[in-house]
Ligand binder design. Sequence first.
Ligand code: HEC
Length: 186
Amino acid sequence: MMDSFEFTKLAGAVLSALLLIFGTKTVIEMTVGHSPEKPGFVLPAAPPAEAATAPAGAPAAPAASGSGEDVVALLPKANPENGKAIFKKCQACHVSEKGKTPTVGPNLWDVVNRPKASYPGYKYSEAMQKKGGDWSFDQLAHFLHGPKAFVPGTKMLFNGLGSPSDEADVIAYLATLADTPVPLPK
Ligand code: HEC
């Protein structure tokens, strides 16, 4: 049987152990743990990410992904096969089979050279309806490079592909989606 003296010793030992554990933990937290000020000063390092999401295609960001003109320049050598693979990203919102009912975005069958905002029965944003003109290669290049910059107020919630050559390739693929595929510019 444990007498009361032994019990006191045991209780004391347990208490000391607990003190040691929590004491050490507290000391570690005080010395190496995160003091609240530090993360606050780390945050200002974030602005580059903000700058990256700034208006796509705006003059401030050309270094990262070039301009719509770069896309136009790449079109003569664009690769529709690669574009077909990239088009999977567009299929989140677009169908492209002839006559198929549009989903989130308009059906993209035969889109090259068709008047903007003209797919029958699709409700375009006011911004797109007012843009005017046809989807020439040039206009597609500028739109896909920075949808919101080219058509402010568009309801196409997409930031472009970030790569002029991918953008040129996907346009080359769009050109194949027609009864008579549209030849790429020379
Ligand atoms: C998040 C959904 C979404 C994605 C992803 C998307 N689009 Fe769109 N797209 C839309 C919507 C919505 C519209 C209608 C825009 C408007 O009315 O302002 C549109 C419009 C268009 C138009 C104009 C067509 C017309 O009939 O005037 C083209 C061209 C186009 N998209 C191409 C693409 C391509 C190519 C991709 C892939 C690289 C793509 N989109 C990715 C939603 C999307």
